[in-house]
Design a protein around this ligand. Sequence first.
Ligand SMILES: [Zn+2]
Ligand SMILES: [Zn+2]
Length: 274
Amino acid sequence: MAYKNRIDLHMHTASSFDGNYPAELMCKAAVENSLATIAFTDHFDVDFFERHNLDVRQKSSYEDIVAAKEAFADKIQVLRGIEMGQPTYDTALTEKSLARFEYDFVIGSIHNLREMPDFCELDYPNLSQENIYSLLEKYFEEELILAKWNGFDTLAHLTYPMRYIVQSGRFNTDLSRYDDVVDEIFKTLITNGKALEINTSGLRQPIGKTMPTENYVRRFKELGGELLTLGSDAHFTEHVGAGIDQGYEIAEACGFEYVTYFKDRKPIQIKIEK
Ligand SMILES: [Zn+2]
Ligand SMILES: [Zn+2]
């Protein structure tokens, strides 16, 4: 039996530098997938503001989302979101950019360390395992800085670098050495009333798991976490809603009774039920 009122709160339109389809086609796919609520969250990597021409992209993204929201109003709830990448690397630009439009939902992400390329672009064959652990240590420190900054609604893909580390063949990379800082990240989210995202894109990639994995979702719950968002991170129509049911199963298995979406930057909890 299918879950009711399913949400998918992380997807990209052609306004993202790596997106492919207009919001309208993504909405059509979401309706065909029986999703009740979706959020478009185009990339805004603040440290790539000029390279990604974000001044222009942000406007086209927002206008495309609003047009689709109106066109599909009787079929699906469309939320106006944005994925802020590395917001803590330039908080002034972040805050100015967020104030430009009326967003329902803001995702906080770290895709790269300061002055470094995206984790997807690192030269893994030439990195030792110790190099990888020291990059991961810096990565989780940045996640904690992001959590403390607190200008977002959900913390995206907590174990993002693992997507590429596993893909490069480093299967034995063990994240348990970062458990203390992860606990601090979770406690910060919980104190601030922010959500944790289960990003299901890893399920269709070589890593084969959600980001973060179930053990982290369980730990978040143990520490008192209540707000969970789910997102496919679709960049193509065929991925809209992909893995969302597995995300619900993980949430349930970890003891969550609700998932959450954000409207006008405020959390709304939806009971998990079939
Ligand atoms: Zn991301
Ligand atoms: Zn994304």
